[in-house]
Design a protein around this ligand. Structure first.
Ligand SMILES: Nc1ncnc2c1ncn2[C@@H]1O[C@H](COP(=O)(O)OP(=O)(O)OP(=O)(O)O)[C@@H](O)[C@H]1O
Ligand SMILES: [Mg+2]
Length: 384
């Protein structure tokens, strides 16, 4: 028996949920061969017992097929993700953590970031959902390659659409293509609530939420409906974008949402032919702002044609071009975000009690009886 034969056999074992095998992922380590007995370890990123079992079973079968008589597969899995320890109102209690992806300005790469971070989190073995809360400009279905897929309806609930190992829902998947609606404030709030309550999300470790640009009704409603574990701001390096990003970071602060970091997108340009990195909009200009808000730039994503074509063609770069610089940086950013989320939970989690609508004493938030301080119908109280 040779290491080559062992590796080639193990490269038939796909990592559960992915189309890539455990050898290509680089998970197989410490191969030791003694005649026809083989031992090796597989360092996986998932703590789910069924993932470990499936890999062990398939690896054993693949090795036996090439003549191995004794297989010792040692799975090294991370410890179970900590349960969310967040408090307050949560209308989607099967979701443990919520990541709000926000920007002050449109077109800076929020949706691109949301898609790639969600896929990178799933590649870590987490159960991930992606909610396109940009009801005005839902782009996620196209970016996820499911623009033509209509979701299944189960009673009065809707099943999320599955792609690239994650669950996804978007207004774009619920409406006819090209249709537009004029959204009034109350409708936006209602839509956000329904996305959380009436979509049959699985038990998720993390729901990544792509917000519309700016700081408005959608952001407030989300923060009031679920305890948002962490916020991620996407910016581009130009000063005009930074001004707007400051507002987005300030919003997180006002809503008591811990900041998981800033992604500086379109930070430099990597020429596809030479791989040389050019500075176009500037680079690293967000650092002082990060300091101001006691956070960090967790990734500088260059302008890379693969990122744009990945979005247009529905083949996100973290999946379709994992060796590209952007993909590697998205993966590193996702790891950093998850570490922050675990730390937040270890320290007691978040609480959205302080951002609930205020009502006069003795008056329910839902009885809008004309009191001027009471919220309008659908004002996030969750029972309209
Ligand atoms: N790093 C990058 N390199 C190349 N193209 C990029 C990069 N980031 C984003 N793009 C492209 O820029 C366009 C805008 O990105 P995206 O839709 O993600 O921005 P957004 O902030 O979600 O916009 P909106 O505010 O309209 O929702 C898309 O066509 C996307 O593919
Ligand atoms: Mg978008």
């Amino acid at each position: 028996m040779t290491e080559e034969i062992v590796k080639s056999a193990l490269s038939k074992v796909m990592y559960p949920g992915f189309t890539k095998d455990i050898v290509t992922f680089g998970f197989v380590k410490d191969i030791a061969i003694n005649e026809t007995a083989v031992s090796f370890s597989v360092e996986i990123t998932s703590s789910a017992p069924e993932v470990a079992q499936q890999i062990t079973d398939e690896a054993t079968e693949a090795l036996k097929a090439v003549g191995v008589t004794a297989v010792n597969c040692n799975i090294k899995a991370p410890k179970m993700p900590k349960e969310s320890s967040s408090h307050g109102k949560n209308i989607a209690p099967q979701v443990k953590n919520f990541l709000m992806v926000s920007s002050g300005k449109g077109g800076v790469g929020k949706s691109t970031t949301s898609v790639n971070i969600a896929i990178a989190l799933a590649a870590q073995g987490l159960k991930v959902g992606l909610l396109d809360a940009d009801i005005y400009g839902p782009n996620i279905p196209r970016m996820m390659g499911v623009a033509d897929v209509k979701p299944e309806v189960n009673g009065n609930k809707v099943l999320p659409i599955k792609a690239y190992g994650i669950e996804m829902m978007s207004m774009g998947s619920l409406m006819e293509e090209g249709q537009s609606l004029i959204w009034r404030g109350a409708m936006i709030m209602k839509a956000i609530e329904q996305f959380l309550r009436d979509i049959l999300w699985s038990e998720l470790d993390c729901l990544v939420i792509d917000m519309p640009p700016g700081t408005g009704d959608a952001q407030l409603t989300l923060a009031q409906s679920v305890p948002v574990t962490a916020g991620l701001t996407v910016t581009t390096p130009q000063s005009v974008s930074l001004d707007d990003s400051r507002r987005s970071l300030d919003m997180f602060k006002k809503l008591n949402i811990p900041i998981a970091g800033i992604i500086e997108n379109m930070s430099g340009f990597i020429a596809p032919d030479t791989g040389v990195e050019y500075d176009i909009f500037g680079k690293g200009t967000s650092t002082p702002m990060a300091k101001e808000f006691d956070t960090e730039i967790i990734a500088e994503i260059p302008i890379e044609p693969a990122v744009r074509t990945g979005g247009d063609e529905g083949k996100p770069v973290t999946f379709s071009a994992p060796d590209s610089e952007s993909a590697k940086r998205f993966v590193a950013a996702a790891a950093s975000i998850w570490a922050t989320i675990e730390e937040i939970n270890a320290n007691g989690g978040v609480d959205n009690q302080s951002v609930q609508p205020t009502t006069p004493p003795g008056v329910s938030a839902c009885s809008t009886g004309g009191a001027s301080s009471a919220p309008k119908q659908g004002g996030g109280c969750g029972c309209s």
